[in-house]
Design a protein around this ligand. Structure first.
Ligand code: A3D
Length: 321
């Protein structure tokens, strides 16, 4: 059997869950790279020893040498510091840019044909830097943020309406920062607009709007809510699950429509930036960006979010990256 080779760069909190999920789903053999000596070897040994119980044949190994990721089909990057309470994602820029530059060189030199999903923060800037340093084609390099942000939004809606989250469709666009844009108008439960269901529940348009505003605000701040409670580190299960869904769509050519940080060349009126948009993910990576119409208010929020991404990219350039 010709299994896919999936390299995880970063074997911390998210990297550990990625190894479990990818092996459990048998998406391919996993190689986990980290700079901390012995840690990725230990973590993957632990995951691998559960194979008999969980029932997977994927091989799971750890390494401190980039040589071992040679020929990887897909690379998922979580190398970098996570937030501490009180920090914004942007506060990680300088430290994580240094790390991302070295990671991009390691991946470029050892897995030149790989598809790449970046998770490290600040997300949109880190994807931009990875692509710039590696020179990989734009369709092969993308960032995970929107799948998680959208899942958070959908979860809050499901809790509020007391329905299965599987029937909730909700999407978050824009940069992965506090200015991200949860799309209220398009949110629905099996096709029925969420706003209509809220208005029926409360019998009052004002109250329905108030409840939705609170869910939107909670979605935007959801990463920080977890950081504040954990005190050390940030969300790790949900981002790993989100990147696994993206990896699965690429590996199995599912062509799922997932919000991803994708390189825009005119779509949504943006040119030359990585931003969260709905994308068709398949055997060619980001195969298409699905454009949708935004009303004035949504467009203003989207533009505001783009401005935040540009600010980070420019700050990174000023730092010499
Ligand atoms: P953590 O558990 O600290 O793991 C990061 C790992 O990166 C550690 O094991 C480090 O040893 C390793 N590392 C550091 N420098 C290098 C290097 N040069 N090469 C290879 N590995 C290195 O963090 P985490 O797994 O919780 O989070 C990882 C990143 O994801 C952070 O930047 C978070 O901010 C980010 N994150 C993103 C999301 C999104 O949805 C975009 C969500 C949550 C966290």
């Amino acid at each position: 059997m010709n299994r896919k080779k999936i390299a995880l760069i970063g074997g911390g909190q998210i990297g550990g869950v990625l190894a479990q999920l990818i092996a459990s789903k048998e998406l391919g053999d996993v190689v986990m790279f980290d700079i901390v000596e012995d840690m990725p070897q230990g973590k993957t040994l632990d995951v691998g020893e559960a194979a008999r119980i969980v029932g997977f044949d994927s091989k799971v190994t750890g390494t401190n040498s980039y040589k071992d990721i040679e020929g990887a089909d897909l690379v998922i990057i979580t190398a970098g510091l996570p937030r501490k309470p009180g920090m914004s994602r942007d506060d990680l820029l300088t430290t994580n840019a240094k790390i991302m530059k070295s990671v991009a060189e390691g991946v470029r030199d050892n897995a030149p044909n790989a598809f790449v999903i970046v998770i490290s923060n600040p997300l949109d800037a880190m994807v931009t830097l990875f692509q710039k340093v590696s020179g990989f084609p734009f369709n092969k390099v993308m960032g995970q943020a929107g799948v998680l942000d959208s899942s958070r939004f959908a979860t809050f809606i499901a809790w509020e309406l007391n329905v299965s989250v599987k029937d909730v469709n909700a999407m978050v666009l824009g940069g992965h920062g506090d200015s991200m844009v949860p799309l209220v108008r398009y949110a629905n439960v099996n096709g029925v607009p969420v706003m209509e269901l809220l208005e029926r529940k409360y019998g009052d348009k004002e109250k329905a709007k108030e409840v939705m505003d609170a869910m939107v605000q909670r979605t935007k701040m959801a990463g920080g809510e977890v950081v504040k409670l954990l005190k050390t580190g940030s969300a790790f299960f949900s981002p790993a699950a989100a990147a696994t869904a993206m990896a699965e769509s690429i590996i199995k050519d599912q062509k799922r429509v997932l919000p991803a940080s994708a390189y825009l060349q005119g779509e949504f009126g943006v040119d030359g930036y990585y931003v969260g948009v709905p994308a068709v993910l398949g055997a060619n990576g980001v195969e298409r960006v699905l454009e949708l119409s935004l009303n004035e208010e949504e467009k203003a929020a989207f533009d505001n979010s783009i401005a935040a991404v540009k600010k980070n990219v420019e700050a990174m350039e000023r730092l010499g990256f």
